[in-house]
Structures are given as C-alpha cells and as structure tokens.
Design a protein around this ligand. Structure first.
Ligand code: NAD
Length: 433
C-alpha cells in the first residue's frame, strides 16, 4: 500500500519505518528541512532502540523515502498518517495548530479517494475539525480515521510491530477496510483491532494515559507513606501486584512522571472535561501528586546540604525522562537540575543518549561527561535520575573512591538501601525507611 506519514518524530518515524518493514511504500514528510536532510543521509534524529536498522534496511530497499513536499507525498499515497506534535496550549488544552496546518497542506494534494489518519493524540472532536479543514480546500473524496498510537518511547519499534491492540475510530466501511488491511501484519498473534466511534477512539488514548499516570501517582504516594511508617514499597508493590485485579505493571515509584505525553495529555483531558462542565477529580489529583513528587529529590538535597548548595559538586546520572530514549521533554530531572542551579551547585551530568538534548537546554551551565564514572570525580553527591540498565550494577568501590563524599539520591529505586549503607554510602531512596 502507498502510505504517507506527516511528521517524523518519535511516532511518525517509527510508524513510517514499521509500515515500510511490512512491505508498504512509505513517504515520510516533515517541515523541518534539516531533519529530512539528515534522514536522507541515513542519520536518525532521535534515539530509539532498533530504529536505525529498520530505517536503513527499508531506505536501502526504496520502500522508505523522506521529503519536505507534503503535497507530492499525498498525491502518491492512499493513506496519510498525521503524526505531528500536539503540545499543551496555555490553558492546558491540546494545541491543534500544527495538526490543522498540516491538514490544510494535505488537502492540496488530494487527487482521488484518501484515508486521512489522526495518529497524533488529539481531543474528542478533532477528527471533525480535520475533516472540515480539508473539506474547505477540496471536493475530492476522503475519510478521516482516528487511530491513536500507544507505543512507548524506548520500546517504540517493538510496540508498533507487536501492539497489544490497534484502536480504529472510524465511521466509514471503506476506510475501515483499508486500515484493517494495513494493520493486519501487525496483529497476526491475535491481538485485537478494535473499531469504535471516532469520539471513543480519541478519548481512549487520553483515558489510557490518565489511568497509567494515576497508577504512578498512587504508588508514589504509597512510597512516601512507606517511608513514614517503616514499610518497604517494594514489598507492598509485590503484595498488591500479585492480585490479578491489580497487576504489577506500572507500579514503580520514582521522581514523578514526565515525558512528552502524560503531563500534557492529562491536562488536555482535564480541559476537555471542564469545557463540558465536568471536574475530573481523580485525574487532577494524579497531576497534583506528581507535581509534589517532582520535589521529592530537591527536598532531600536541600535537607542534606542544610539549604546551602553554593558550589556543591553534584553528579547526575540520567537526563532522559526514562531509560532507552534521548527524550528530555518534561523529564523530572529538569526540576532537580533547575533546583540545583538556582542554589548555585555545580553539576556534572552523564546520560548514554540525552546529552545532545541537554546541551540544547542547559548549554554550558552544566558539565557533561562521556561515561558515568567521570561524572563522579570529586562529587559530593550523586543523583540517579533515569533507570538506564548501565546504572543498575555499577562498581560501587570505584564510586566510593571517586566521590568526595559518598552520598546517593536514588530517584529510581535502583539500589538496595541496606547494601548501600553497608558499603558506606549515605543513601536516600524512594519508599523505604
Ligand atoms: P515530535 O515532536 O517528536 O514530532 C513531530 C514532528 O512533526 C516534528 O518533526 C515536526 O517538525 C513535524 N511537523 C510539525 N508540523 C508539521 C507539518 N505541518 N508538516 C510536516 N511535519 C510537521 O512528536 P511525537 O513525540 O512524535 O508525537 C507526535 C504525536 O503523537 C503527538 O500528538 C503525541 O502526543 C503523540 N504520541 C506520542 C507518543 C510518544 O511517545 N512520543 C506516543 C503516542 C502518541
């Protein structure tokens, strides 16, 4: 099938590459000319495990191409995926500017029946807006389908190739048949393609993110309570997670959720509800609890250094909002770094993939190292902010030798508190006294 994907970010590039992998001819489009030039050169502008191989393989076989020419890509395609960003607007709603701008350009390329697919996360009613926008510019036939994406950054290729389910919001049999045909290679293990009303599909994505984020806020609250009452959150998590009604996934305490999706999507959901006269108390509480959790490490740093951070040398392991990505959007480590910088601390940071992005944010206001141990030289404290595998079993003796004082703030609960204390570290963790 001939497919165009508008937007080559974390979702668009993965979707385009995976759709090419199953034999489709895919044209990936972006308005960012530099990004397209890099992609044409074989450079992958984001870090996502497995993505480079799949892009290279499909580019070599001419199934995957890159362009800035949306109109031409639309003319050549039957299905057009819209995968542009939908960031948070000032009032908390999803800003649809990029999507509707893209829809206008797409309209100019329509030269026969097309299926336009909203892949971006968008509030209920957006498919109608996209349809109206396109219809203002063309008399050609087309359908708009809502097909929200559930991939996780860090495991995006795997998630796209083997989705738990494919949600298709569609009110046209012709479009439904096209989309089901396109996705059939991805659900051969029996995972469902769920067709539903467009509004339901649009809301499903937000509801999914809201319940996941709520689980994180819930377990973070329990972790804080554990510390107060002498319980261990790992034991409590095991105790509740083995209940089949609850399950163990997505119950890891930490420094608060971040990333490009949960924070903005929860706020957009709250906004949608509020314009419809509803107050989403549970979702609001999840956001509020998260704001509090993001202050967990700063509060402990303040306490440890008696509110005097001036010239303190602090190492930070991990900048990405989670492991296996270079994405720092809304990363909770930003709150920690900003707090340390405000207090006058000197930061040396290491991340296996996110340093380029950190440089864009902080420039030379913080130092960077090419490996985790160099960041520890003369450090008076280490903050562990991302759960990269390489941080899980470091050489603790080497760490003790390198650090000026062996103090660890473990925002990801990677280390065992008892062992750390036995080794001689002053250890601040999450969820265990
Ligand atoms: P992104 O910011 O990484 O990428 C968006 C890309 O779209 C950019 O490269 C941008 O230049 C391009 N773009 C913007 N306007 C354009 C236009 N008019 N024509 C062509 N290209 C244009 O965004 P992302 O993280 O891939 O997210 C895309 C959407 O998918 C968002 O709605 C997001 O909420 C949703 N989503 C993201 C994830 C995730 O994990 N990142 C997961 C599921 C859903």
């Amino acid at each position: 099938m001939r497919v165009a994907v508008i937007g080559t970010g974390y979702v668009g590039l993965v979707a385009g590459a995976c759709l090419a992998e199953t034999g489709n001819d895919v044209i990936c489009v972006d308005i960012d000319a530099e990004r397209i030039t890099r992609l044409k050169r074989g450079e992958i502008p984001i870090y996502e495990p497995g993505l480079k191989d799949i892009v290279q393989r499909n580019t070599t076989q001419n199934r995957l191409t890159f362009t800035t020419d949306t109109v031409d890509a639309v003319r050549k395609s039957l299905v057009i995926f819209m995968a542009v960003q939908t960031p948070m607007d000032e009032d908390g709603s999803a800003d649809l500017k990029h999507l509707l701008d893209a829809a206008e350009t797409v309209a100019s390329g329509i030269n026969g029946y097309k299926v336009i697919v909203d892949k971006s996360t968008v509030p209920v009613g957006t498919a109608v807006k996209v349809k109206e926008t396109i219809a203002r510019h063309t008399d050609q036939p087309f359908d708009v389908v809502s097909n929200p994406e559930f991939l996780k950054e860090g495991a995006a290729v795997d998630d796209f190739m083997k989705p738990d389910r494919v949600v298709i919001g569609c009110e046209s049999q012709q479009a439904e048949a096209v989309i089901k045909d396109l996705y059939s290679p991805f659900v051969r293990t029996g995972h469902p393609m769920i067709t539903m009303k467009v509004a339901s599909a649009e809301l499903t994505k937000y509801a999914a993110n809201a319940i996941l984020a709520t689980r994180i806020s819930f377990i973070n609250e329990m972790a804080c309570l554990c510390e107060k009452v002498g319980a261990d959150i790992a034991e409590v998590r095991h105790g509740i997670g083995t209940d089949s009604r609850i399950g163990a996934a997505f119950l890891f305490p930490g420094m608060g959720f971040g990333g490009s999706c949960f924070p903005k999507d929860l706020r957009a959901l709250i906004h949608t509800a509020s314009v419809n006269g509803l107050d989403l108390k549970v979702v609001k509480a999840a956001v509020e609890a998260n704001e509090q959790q993001k202050q967990f490490i700063p509060a402990r740093l303040r306490e440890h250094f008696n509110d005097d951070l001036k010239n303190r040398r602090v190492a930070v392991w991990g900048l990405a909002f989670k492991a296996n990505t270079d994405d720092m959007r809304e990363s909770s480590v930003l709150d920690v770094i900003n707090f340390l910088l405000d207090g006058g601390a000197r930061i040396t940071a290491y991340d296996p993939q996110a340093i380029e992005n950190a440089r864009r944010i902080y420039g030379d206001r913080i130092g960077y190292t090419g490996d985790s141990f160099s960041a520890l030289e003369d450090a008076e404290a280490l903050v562990v902010a991302t759960e990269w595998n390489e941080f899980r079993h470091p050489d603790f003796n080497r760490m003790l030798n390198l650090m000026a004082s062996p103090v660890i703030f473990d925002g990801r609960k990677l280390f065992d508190p008892t062992r750390m204390r036995e080794l001689g570290f002053r250890y601040y963790g999450v969820g265990r006294a």
